[in-house]
Write a protein that binds this ligand. Structure first.
Ligand code: ADP
Ligand code: ADP
Length: 228
């Protein structure tokens, strides 16, 4: 479980991007953070893996203050998928995925089968795609690799920052459906940032609505749709 208690982020220069936010993300839940551009979604999400350190309040994971985890520990135990994919261009697909378990110190003999399994999990063919370079794959395929990489070290939590925004509508719908299937199967806790309400309603077990750094509402899609 991830818990935010009175969490505030003030950037250098004094701008308050997140204002005393309180919420909990349940284990195995897919929580969508939605709101207009600049509302603080991305900042909120990045405070979970401490890519962005919070200014005040408490962020905890499984009742443990994230300040007591090492930064590398958080990064390796929390998968992270971004819009611009972030694959290393000079590494093959295989190597791009293997890097995470390698960083975690996995035994080399366990990594190869894990890469194969992950590629299959996200709908890629290990025989065809493993030895290619990122630029030799389509945007949708690259984003699949991004998801595989985020899953590689078997984290309990996955953060996704507008993961499908750069994709064409058809590929996007396909990946949304696939992610939901994967979520049902793996039951990971997922925090998913988007500015698209259709996507939020489709994907979220619950949806947190942000505006001007504040959390306005947090509820299930059903409840949000039936609000007057
Ligand atoms: P969102 O993800 O909802 O688009 P962000 O969390 O990225 O919003 O940004 C929230 C606000 O914080 C924005 O006004 C943005 O300009 C500001 N901001 C983001 N990063 C920084 C930074 N490094 N320094 C100063 N202000 C920032
Ligand atoms: P170090 O602690 O040695 O600095 P990091 O844990 O920060 O290493 O990770 C190094 C690189 O590996 C990062 O630039 C990041 O892109 C990638 N990486 C690490 N963990 C993950 C993850 N869970 N998902 C995706 N990429 C990751």
């Amino acid at each position: 479980m991830i818990k935010f208690e009175n969490v505030t982020k003030t950037y250098e220069g004094g701008f308050q991007a997140v204002k005393s936010v309180n919420f909990e993300i349940k284990e195995g839940e897919l929580l969508v953070l939605i709101g207009p551009s600049g509302s603080g979604k991305s900042t909120t999400m990045k405070m979970i893996n401490r890519i962005i350190p919070h200014t005040s309040g408490t962020v905890s994971i499984d009742d443990k203050d994230i300040k007591s985890y090492k930064a590398s520990e958080l990064r390796r135990n929390i998968g992270y998928v971004i819009q611009q994919i972030g694959l290393f261009p000079h590494y093959t697909i295989e190597k791009n995925i293997a890097i995470v378990p390698q960083l975690k110190g996995w035994d080399e003999k366990d990594i190869q089968p894990r890469v194969k399994e992950l590629l299959e999990l996200v709908g890629l063919d290990p025989k065809i795609h493993a030895t290619r370079y990122p630029k030799e794959l389509s945007g949708g395929q690259q984003q699949r690799v991004g998801i595989a990489r985020a899953l590689a070290s078997n984290p309990d939590i996955i953060l996704m920052d507008e993961p499908f925004s750069a994709l064409d509508p058809i590929t996007r719908e396909q990946l949304q459906a696939e992610l939901l299937t994967l979520h049902k199967k793996l039951k990971k806790t997922i925090v998913f940032v988007t500015h698209d309400m259709d996507e939020a309603l489709k994907m979220g077990d619950r949806i947190a609505i942000m505006k001007d750094g504040k959390l306005l509402q947090l509820d299930t899609p059903e409840k949000l749709l039936h609000e007057p």
